[in-house]
Every structure is written in structure tokens, then in C-alpha cells.
Design a protein around this ligand. Structure first.
Ligand code: AHR
Length: 307
């Protein structure tokens, strides 16, 4: 007896279990942990078979993972690219194998956009602009020079490039706002602390720290306190993400302003995977909605923060 004569459904693409290969950046930050959980939980919820691979912040590991997914003939590949460039060859391999690719969180700079179906994630340039706008508003009446230090994310990553760009674009409206030092802290707490220590050693007057994520900001807070200064008061601090630990620091007044970056991309990703498998049209760009938080907002929101 075959499946049809039993009245069972045939194994068509719309009802067989979908295999999704997902290559994650790493486990560098609280944001990433929340993002990983969102992807894993929602894959389970959707009933997909998830093959999850952690690249430990290395592009070469990610390229290997993508090639393994191609060999395994997964139905869809999704990944959050560690850096922006250098993806054309492997993306072409996926395309030639007939496996659709979805980008989440971070973008690639490939000129050929037919190499992927869609890109789901934040507008990082806009996040940088929001950080810059807060600063411009804070110092609109000030006539003295404001010295800013910047802790950048992973070199060559979309969020580091874009958050720097958006910020620089907006603060350019006030010539008193000067970025006196800018260096990568690789999105980690340990590096954030280390680089902030160096900034403090090399610069007598630091008024503002702009950290491309909460974790680097939290590491920097340790360095600032160790130097006998008050974070949030002696040095104003702006971060991006809005994870729980960031909210705690903001509600204590140690971080003055947080630009939200939403890590909960899992549900939208699974929807896009299903649509791609079903042959439905998906938007080429799906932008995550997000807000901003002052210390006061953080105090109020903290009890509701899930990650
Ligand atoms: O790509 C998103 C960024 O990556 C987050 O802002 C940062 O915390 C993470 O490491």
C-alpha cells in the first residue's frame, strides 16, 4: 500500500519537514545570545529541522558552514554574515546548487542581489543617526569642545560600518562635537574594557563614549570606574542594542542613552523560509522596527525586558 491509497498526503514541498541551515556569527554579546535563542525557538515552533552552526566571529568558519549546508542539500540557508565583503563565491555556489539564501541581521556588499532572497534586519545607519541625534540635542547650547571616543564593532561588519557612518553624518552638524579616538572592541565586553582603558590613558579629557553595542559599553564602564570616574556623569555614554544588562546600567544612570537593536528576528525569518519554500514572493528587504531609551525609559521598561 502506498501513501496515497492510505489517504495520506503526498510528500510535497509544502508538507515535508523543512531543513534550514543557519550560520550564526558567534556568541560575542548579549544581543547575539538573544538572537540565537530566538532563531532556535522559532525554528522549533515552525517545525523545521534546524542545522545550527556557530562561526566564532570568523568568516572562514562561516564559509565552511555554508559549504557543508550545500553538501547536505538543506532546503534553505540563512546566515548573519560576520563581515560585509567576500561572499560572492560561496553565494554563487549555493545558487548553482539551487538552494535559496536568506540574510538575517547583517548585510553583505555583493553587487549581485540575486544571490540572496531577502535581508531581514535593522537599519544600522539609522541606529547610528539616532545615537548622534541624542548627542546633538544634548549639546545644542554648549560652546565648548566635546571630546568623543568611539568603540566600534567588529571591523568590516555591517553594524560597525553603518553605526559609525550614521553617527558621523549627524554630529557633523555641530563642529564642537569631535571624535578624538575610534577603535574596534569587537562587540565584546572584554575588548570594550581593554580599549577604554587605553583611551583613558591616552586622553586627558573624554566627555562622551559612543559604543556600538551594550556589551562594549558595559566593559568600558568597568574601566571608567576603575579610573575613579563616574560613568554617565563624568563621561556620558551612548550604546546600541538594549539588552537587559544595558537596561540595568541605564536605569542606574551609568548609560545615558540606548538605541535599540532588536535581536528577536526568529519569527520573521521562519516566515520568510516558509514563503521561499512555498515559492511565494518575499520582500527583498525586511526592516526591523525599533526605538530608543533614555535612563528614565530604561527604569520603566526594565521589568519587561525579556533578554
Ligand atoms: O549585528 C548586530 C550586532 O552584533 C549587535 O548590535 C551586537 O551586539 C552584536 O554582536
Amino acid at each position: 500500500t502506498n501513501a496515497e491509497s492510505n489517504g495520506e498526503q503526498k510528500d510535497t514541498s509544502s508538507n515535508k519537514k523543512i531543513t534550514l541551515g543557519f550560520s550564526q556569527v558567534g556568541a560575542e554579546s548579549g544581543w547575539r545570545t538573544a538572537n540565537t535563542k530566538s532563531v532556535q525557538d522559532s525554528a522549533k515552533e515552525a517545525g523545521f529541522d534546524l542545522k545550527f552552526s556557530d562561526a566564532q566571529q570568523k568568516q572562514e568558519n562561516q564559509i565552511k558552514a555554508l559549504r557543508t549546508f550545500i553538501q547536505q542539500k538543506v532546503d534553505v540557508i540563512a546566515f548573519s554574515p560576520v563581515v560585509e565583503s567576500g561572499w560572492d563565491t560561496v553565494l554563487k555556489e549555493a545558487k548553482d546548487a539551487g538552494i535559496p539564501v536568506i540574510l538575517t541581521d547583517r548585510a553583505v556588499d555583493s553587487a549581485d542581489t540575486s544571490l540572496y532572497e531577502t535581508f531581514i534586519g535593522s537599519d544600522f545607519v539609522e541606529e547610528g543617526r539616532r545615537a548622534g541625534q541624542w548627542l546633538v540635542d544634548q549639546y545644542k547650547d554648549s560652546t565648548e569642545e566635546i571630546n568623543i571616543v568611539e568603540l566600534q564593532g567588529t571591523t568590516g561588519s555591517a553594524p560597525a560600518i553603518d553605526r559609525q557612518k550614521g553617527f558621523a553624518e549627524v554630529i557633523a552638524s555641530n563642529p564642537n562635537l569631535k571624535v578624538i579616538a575610534s577603535q574596534t572592541g569587537d562587540f565584546t565586553r572584554a575588548k570594550g574594557k581593554e580599549v577604554m582603558q587605553a583611551f583613558l590613558k591616552a586622553n586627558k579629557k573624554i566627555d562622551v563614549l559612543y559604543a556600538h553595542n551594550d556589551d562594549m559599553g558595559l566593559g568600558a564602564i568597568q574601566a571608567i570606574e576603575a579610573a575613579g570616574l563616574k560613568p554617565g556623569v563624568d563621561i556620558k555614554i551612548i550604546t546600541v542594542d538594549g539588552v537587559k544588562d544595558g537596561f540595568v546600567a541605564a536605569s542606574e544612570g551609568k548609560i545615558n542613552f540606548i538605541v535599540e537593536c532588536n535581536p528577536l528576528l526568529g519569527p520573521q525569518l521562519m516566515q520568510a523560509v516558509q514563503d521561499v519554500v512555498d515559492g511565494k514572493e518575499v520582500e527583498k528587504r525586511i526592516v526591523t522596527e525599533e526605538g530608543v531609551f533614555t535612563s528614565e525609559d530604561a527604569k520603566r521598561e526594565l521589568p519587561n525586558r525579556q533578554y
